[in-house]
Design a binder for this molecule. Structure first.
Ligand SMILES: Cc1cc2nc3c(=O)[nH]c(=O)nc-3n(C[C@H](O)[C@H](O)[C@H](O)COP(=O)(O)O)c2cc1C
Length: 170
């Protein structure tokens, strides 16, 4: 197993996959990594829908503007937040908690030599409504994103994003 820093630097969005499926064991590793993320007040508002059905993936691919790869990926994981968990001033914390869970999931996919990409749903009201309807999500559960997962059709090409000009020191 590669070390954490190598996995972080080698991760890149993967949008083309082989037909090979993702195993039950791999799915559990991805979800365990997601649920290991930090969470405001440790409330863990994340919910996950594991979509293996081709019909559902095709519908999502057609409904979302930049998520065509969901039709070809053997697996899609819809990262959702229960919006009833964080209340008051911290009501939006589900977004940060679920984003942290998503990054963990993406890194776990990289560690397993899988390829994955975050496709955006939140904050676009039309996309959120559409995903909720297609997947019959409960009223208070909102989709943040859909992560397409599969075996990369070709090696991922990580971008070098290091930019010291974006850092201030005191
Ligand atoms: C909030 C968010 C929304 C994104 N939405 C999409 C999307 O809808 N479709 C897509 O192909 N990639 C999407 N991406 C992936 C980005 O395009 C990608 O992370 C970015 O280009 C940097 O490339 P890298 O992931 O290979 O480092 C999204 C990423 C984030 C964080």
């Amino acid at each position: 197993m590669k070390d954490a820093l190598t996995i972080i630097q080698e991760r890149a969005s993967v949008r083309a996959y082989t037909p090979q499926s993702v195993t039950e064991g791999q799915i559990e590793i991805l979800l365990r990594a997601a649920m290991a993320a930090p969470s405001s007040k440790n409330k863990q508002p994340w919910r996950f829908m594991v979509v293996r059905q081709a019909l559902a993936r095709n519908e999502l691919a057609l409904a979302l503007p930049y998520a065509g790869m969901l039709a070809d990926a053997p697996l899609a994981i819809v990262v959702c937040g229960d919006t009833g968990i964080h209340t008051g001033e911290s009501a939006n914390s589900w977004v940060m908690d679920c984003a942290a869970a998503t990054e963990n999931l993406l890194l776990a996919a990289q560690a397993l030599d899988l390829g994955a990409v975050w496709t955006g749903v939140y904050p676009y009201a039309d996309r959120m409504q559409c995903v909720k309807r297609l997947l019959r999500l409960p009223e208070q559960v909102e989709p943040l994103n859909i992560v397409a997962v599969g075996h990369p059709a070709r090696p991922a090409r990580p971008k070098d994003k290091w930019d010291p000009a974006k850092v201030w020191y005191l």
